[in-house]
Design a protein around this ligand. Structure first.
Ligand SMILES: [Mn+2]
Length: 473
């Protein structure tokens, strides 16, 4: 195919020539004779002429199937050139934006021709390549640092979730180690049924770690968590890879913390890709499941990089296994608490509140809160229960109403821990402190109290701006 290009910049001409030559027969029209001579000597096909004149184009033998590329350098409008090309019978006209300034104006001005901008054409791939090579350098550094260790510990947070476990598997892969030379461990093991199902289906072993046994390892890495989480027990690690906001108060030889990523598995997908490590089906399946679950299947704030990691891992993973893991959400004992909440809970003005009494495990509370949020006409759910003499409050809403994090902070931050973001939040309050603040309420009145608090909050609170993402476990 024949292509005529109008361009007065040597660098751009050489670049276009390089890119277009294999598929096109390219000829450049330049205005300055010295530039034309220089290009001609370099082997570029070039004619000297005034591109604003129709006869320049007629002379250049412009036909309806000739492709015309016109440079828009942001200094002088190429409108006259476009008109001249049109008059000479050109139809395949492309304006190529080179100056960064006036792309939007130009796009509007040349609405009837195709407008391409140089930064859009090259920016994406170039940035991907740059960030991949930066990641590669980073990963190679910690790979080397870990290479001479006999035993490596990959430490997870308590009650590890899919993202923690998948990140553990992935890091073991990056370090090119086996389960005997890189141990995945946690101080408190997995308890939630859906996570246990993942452990069984993917045959993941999480070693129980004690403060003493920490010393048996030559190197310690942490994924999906940072040392401050362990309350001063661990203040120095070799590597931290996490997507929670960076915390002070510890030292790490290497760290890669990216709070704008939806999961730690997303970061590790990039690490694996950067150093070209093969990802096994098991690891890919775990990571894909982790990305889905940490982003609540892309319902929670999701980054472009999460989608990219997802589409990269998808063909490598076992979709049937993921379906099986997801099915593990509903268990008989959970249904039991759903029924209890149904019986004792209250629904008023689209707010569902329930107090579940004393519970053997915490996960029933967020489960019930999530469950009732699916109901028609429910916009907020507040579900509470007592675990180990602390009141746990899970708050959920549909995300476009007032802020759940604000709600728990307002009423519980002074007597316990409270946090979260717009759509999901959690408070943990020692029962003694709760009684001191709200009185010694019997069970059925705790539910009613919560209903009062949220009614008060929703009636008076102005919508708060979206807070920076916090992940609620
Ligand atoms: Mn995570």
């Amino acid at each position: 195919m024949r292509c005529l290009a109008v361009c007065q910049d040597e660098l751009v001409i050489r670049m276009l020539d390089e890119i277009l030559l294999p598929g096109f027969e390219v000829e450049f029209i330049v205005e300055q004779r010295p530039l034309a001579r220089k290009l001609h000597d370099a082997g570029v096909t070039v004619t000297v002429g005034d591109p604003r004149r129709t006869d320049t184009w007629l002379k250049a033998d412009l036909g309806p199937s000739t492709c015309v590329i016109i440079e828009d350098n942001g200094k002088r409008s190429p409108k006259k050139i476009v008109d001249a090309v049109r008059d000479a019978g050109g139809t395949l006209v492309y304006v190529l934006g080179i100056g960064a300034e006036r792309h939007e104006d130009s796009r509007a001005e040349f609405a009837d021709v195709a407008y391409l901008s140089m930064s859009e054409l090259f920016g994406g791939p170039l940035l991907t390549e740059f960030s991949r090579s930066l990641t590669r350098a980073r990963v190679q550094q910690y790979q080397r640092y870990f290479s001479d260790a006999d035993r490596v510990l990959i430490m997870l947070h308590n009650d590890p979730d899919p993202d923690a476990m998948a990140s553990g598997l992935a890091l073991r892969n990056v370090l090119r180690r086996t389960k005997t030379t890189a141990i995945i461990g946690a101080i408190q093991g997995v308890t939630r049924p859906e996570n246990l199902r993942m452990v069984n289906l993917l045959d993941i072993h999480v070693e129980a770690i004690t403060h003493e046994s920490l010393r048996e390892y030559d190197r310690v890495a942490m994924v999906d968590v940072q040392p401050h989480y362990f309350g001063g027990v661990i203040d120095r690690v070799d590597l931290v890879i996490d997507h929670h906001p960076e915390q002070p108060g510890y030292t790490a030889v290497f760290k890669d913390i990216r709070p704008d990523y939806g999961s730690t598995s997303t970061i590790l997908t990039e690490h694996l890709r950067a150093v070209d490590v093969n990802i096994s089906e098991r690891t890919a399946t775990a990571m894909l499941y982790a990305i889905k679950s940490d982003t609540l299947f892309f319902n929670r704030s999701t980054n472009r990089v999460d989608l990219e990691a997802f589409s990269y891992l998808y063909p490598l993973s076992d979709a049937a296994l993921i379906r099986k893991m997801e099915g593990a959400e509903i268990t008989l004992e959970r249904l039991d608490y759903v029924l209890r909440a149904f019986k004792d809970g209250t629904l008023a003005e689209q707010v569902f509140c329930a107090f579940l009494g004393s519970l053997p495990r915490e996960d029933f509370i967020p489960y019930v809160a999530d469950f009732f949020l699916q109901l028609e006409d429910v916009k907020w759910t507040i579900v509470a229960g007592i675990v180990n003499d602390s009141l746990i409050v899970s708050v959920r809403n549909l995300g476009y109403t007032k802020n759940a994090g604000e709600f728990v902070r307002r009423f519980f931050a002074d007597i316990g821990s409270a946090g979260g973001h717009r759509a999901m939040a959690k408070a943990v309050v020692p029962m003694r402190a709760f009684r001191e603040k709200f009185g010694d309420l019997p069970g059925e009145l705790i539910g009613a109290k919560l209903q009062d608090l949220v009614r008060d909050f929703l009636a008076h609170e102005q919508p708060a701006p979206e807070k920076k993402k916090e992940v609620v476990r």
